[in-house]
Design a protein around this ligand. Sequence first.
Ligand SMILES: [Zn+2]
Length: 174
Amino acid sequence: MNKKLTFQLFLLIISFLLVSTIQAQTNRIVYKGKKTVLSKAVKEANRLLNDSTFYKNIRSVSSFDSTNYSVAQISREIQTFQGEIQIRSYWNPLGTANAKTLEKISVNTSKLNRYKDPLKNHKDVVNTLIHEYVHAVDYHLDGTFNYSHDFNSEGQENTAPWKIGSIAEDMARE
Ligand SMILES: [Zn+2]
């Protein structure tokens, strides 16, 4: 084998390794189940989590309620988080929660079809996933919640999980 060919082969291997590393980083939320509504929303949530505009929009918030953390720190924690968050699902039509999260995101599948309009519904599920992802990252980093919210749904709009979820909902597309 001549030197040029060896070098080209070397470059090819390096590019392949780079591409696989980049792809490995793109799936921050992993769902292996078969619910189409959920897998579509997971795909969109992963796109947003890898989009710098999403973090720019988070950083444009002046401050979050119910936390001592700055907007910049919360945004950075989410953007630089390296782990994969798994999703499992459960079915509880009597429960009020859309989801529950510690290390994993647990999605209540009885709440996945709250709106008739498919796009509105899709955006709503993306909101739920990003909201839960914020909880999961928060919990993973030191085993406690540092930017969470009360369990009343009133008056929580400006806490990090609610606000970041709603930023994702506004940006979400099919
Ligand atoms: Zn929450």
